[in-house]
Design a binder for this molecule. Structure first.
Ligand SMILES: Nc1ncnc2c1ncn2[C@@H]1O[C@H](COP(=O)(O)OP(=O)(O)OP(=O)(O)O)[C@@H](O)[C@H]1O
Length: 449
């Protein structure tokens, strides 16, 4: 494990050098900054565990840094040092989230004791948070150190405190649902409901009644009144997965619910007030759908003010090892097995693969390897990566149409998975429902594969 990292912000070089040397001699890694601007650059790139900042700096005060740091990561402990200790200032600093306020000159030994105590408290808090998340089934969507995933975390944290809708874009299996749940868990609405609806594959009538609910007798079969998800999610978060598949006839109703905060159950004559935060997600190019007029532009503009794009796994191969380790850990716990690690070759094979099905596919490969392998280390051969990378065998000729190629490829993958559609969908990088749709379009019959 790396040493705890301290960001020390002090414009007096002799004071800074003295403190930095003492902290380093005691096993801490220290980054030094002289100005607010430099401090924020280092904070963003270095992700320190604790910040120690002098109050007056050439381009502002440490309160400016404090508010930015707490917005990015409220659990970073912040210590303010000042030559002019005043009660007012101390109260303001603590109110804005500083953990400690110390009057200069500060004894290096005393500072070290405080830093260590804050680090210890932070560790306990993290452990507690991890345990809470585990209980709530919340996964960390920002695993890894790639710039793309760090940026995503920063953007997502900034969106937590608002109520505007969020649009999550990303390929299938990239973790859009995981991110939506994380946002709920960390937002002001965490104590309220999180309701989730996949808009793909539902008929217009079903989707409408799921979303808005219906009164008794609203349609044939509506034998009792039923509240819709907007009602169930009142004050909480409504997550609409695959919103690009929402029937155009329903889109204006959703827009009205977002803009006017009212909606009507099917068959009802009165409006109901609703307060929800919408998170929508899609793996489709919504902008293009707007241009092609298959998705309403007014709804698109309403839901896309805050957009998060999850990078596909192939754009951040350096994050694969840490993701794999976490997944292995949770699969081992679920199976009641001892922790399992990857051999260096196995890890390299995972890093090299392009992961069309993203984290879902990675998870699936690791889970299968765990089932097939009984020891405490997974070797490259246990992963079955050759099958995924194998060149096409006998199939349509060189001048086949795309449809023929698609058909042959789907058939081949299904044959490999012995007709298991869920697994085939993961390999193909498709949602299961999309694969069923393709099977229908291509006239493939599962029983004959
Ligand atoms: N950060 C993560 N850590 C561990 N596992 C993850 C992570 N993100 C995603 N997964 C795994 O990948 C699977 C797919 O995640 P999720 O359903 O959130 O993806 P998605 O982008 O919403 O997929 P789809 O587009 O098919 O709806 C989940 O079942 C989860 O187990």
């Amino acid at each position: 494990m790396t040493d705890p990292r301290i960001l020390l912000i002090e414009d007096d070089p002799s004071v800074r050098h003295g403190m930095a040397a003492f902290l380093r001699a005691n096993g801490l890694e220290v980054q030094e900054a002289e100005t607010c601007k430099q401090a924020m650059e280092l904070y963003r790139s270095g992700n320190p565990d604790v910040v120690v900042a002098d109050y007056s700096l050439p381009d502002g005060t440490s309160l400016d840094i404090l508010s930015q740091v707490k917005r990015l990561n409220e659990s970073t402990p912040f210590i303010i040092l000042t030559a002019h200790g005043s009660i007012d200032l101390a109260v303001r600093a603590i109110k804005e989230g500083a953990e400690q306020f110390l009057t200069k000159p500060v004894e290096s030994k005393a500072l070290l004791v405080i830093v260590r105590r804050l680090l210890q408290q932070q560790r306990l808090r993290h452990r507690q948070e991890a345990a809470n998340r585990e209980r709530a089934g919340i996964m960390n969507p920002f695993q890894g150190e790639s710039p793309a995933i760090r940026r995503l975390e920063e953007q997502a944290r900034r969106m937590l405190e608002w109520d505007s809708p969020i649009l999550i874009l990303g390929e299938t299996g990239a973790g859009k649902g995981v991110l939506a749940r994380w946002i709920h868990f960390h937002s002001r609405r965490a104590e309220e409901a999180f309701v989730n609806l996949n808009c793909a594959g539902l008929t217009r009538e079903l989707l409408e009644s799921e979303l808005f609910g219906h009164e008794r007798g609203a349609f044939t079969g509506a034998v009792a009144a039923k509240p819709g998800l907007l009602e169930v999610g009142h004050r909480g978060i409504v997550f609409l997965d695959e919103i690009g598949d929402m029937d155009p006839a329903i889109q204006p109703k959703l827009l009205k619910a977002l803009e006017e905060k009212t909606f009507r159950r099917l068959g009802d004559v009165r409006d109901r007030v609703v307060d929800i935060r919408l998170i929508a997600s899609t793996n489709l190019a919504l902008e293009e759908m707007v241009r092609a007029k298959t998705f309403r532009d007014d709804l698109y503009y309403r839901i896309s003010t805050l957009t998060l794009r999850i990078p596909p796994l192939r754009e951040r191969p350096q994050d694969v090892p840490v993701l794999a380790a976490t997944i292995l850990q949770s699969v081992a716990t679920r199976m009641g097995r001892v922790p399992v690690t990857l051999s260096p070759r196995a890890e390299a094979a995972l890093v090299d693969y392009p992961w069309p099905g993203n984290i879902r596919e990675l998870s699936n490969v690791l889970e299968r390897a765990m089932i097939l392998q009984r020891g405490d280390q997974i070797e490259a051969a246990d992963l079955g990566m050759e099958d995924r990378l194998a060149p096409p065998g006998d199939g349509p000729g060189e001048l086949a149409t795309l449809k023929e190629m698609e058909r042959a490829h789907i058939e081949r993958v299904l044959a490999r998975t012995a007709g298991n559609v869920a697994e085939a969908a993961q390999i193909l990088g498709l949602a299961r429902r999309t694969l069923y749709d393709r099977l229908k379009v291509l006239g493939l019959n599962l029983s004959r594969i």
